[in-house]
Design a protein around this ligand. Sequence first.
Ligand code: TMP
Length: 205
Amino acid sequence: MEKGLFIVLEGPDGSGKSTVAKQIAAYLMQKGHHIVFSREPGGTPISEKIRDIVLDCKHSEMAPETEALLYAASRAQHVAEKIRPVILSGKTLICERFYHSSLVYQGIGRKLGVDRVLAINQFAIGDTYPDLVLFLDIDPEVALDRKTIIDGGDRLEQEHVSFHRSVYEGYKQLIHISPEIKVIDASGSQEEVFNHIRIELERIL
Ligand code: TMP
């Protein structure tokens, strides 16, 4: 059986990852793909429990190394229990965030170093790399305004704008050294954004 596709969406909070995931699913379903959605950290019961630990506001004493290892542990379980079996069964998996988030947030944001964080993630994911990684490129302030207008924003989305700005700059640094990431201008209308994405999808179909 032919392997399914593994598509990852990266980008700042409010960049429209969930909307784009649904648009990609609709487009690929018309072409006969069976779609499975997922997200990180999370995606399986064990990974969701790790998510609860890592995102718990009470855990302010968590060391950056612990944080990076927990994200990688959550990912290892997600790959073993869901991502790999789904794509081996021929279905297409669309995931919001994957190891590039760790490279940005822990490698650059927490200053652990992209190479060190990549090493633990290589151990976690083995040979399960995405077929396509899309970075939804939108100014973090514009993205946050959009998200906050829609749902008021969660704890993280309410963080100071300088935090979101530094995450965005981290993505920009990572993109510079990661040719596998395809940058999508996400500032236009949903239709305009998807027109760019369709071009990238056609390349891997
Ligand atoms: P979410 O809001 O997209 O569900 O992600 C939860 C938070 O976890 C978000 O602030 C990004 C962060 N994160 C990391 O720091 N490292 C990772 O590897 C992943 C997947 C997410």
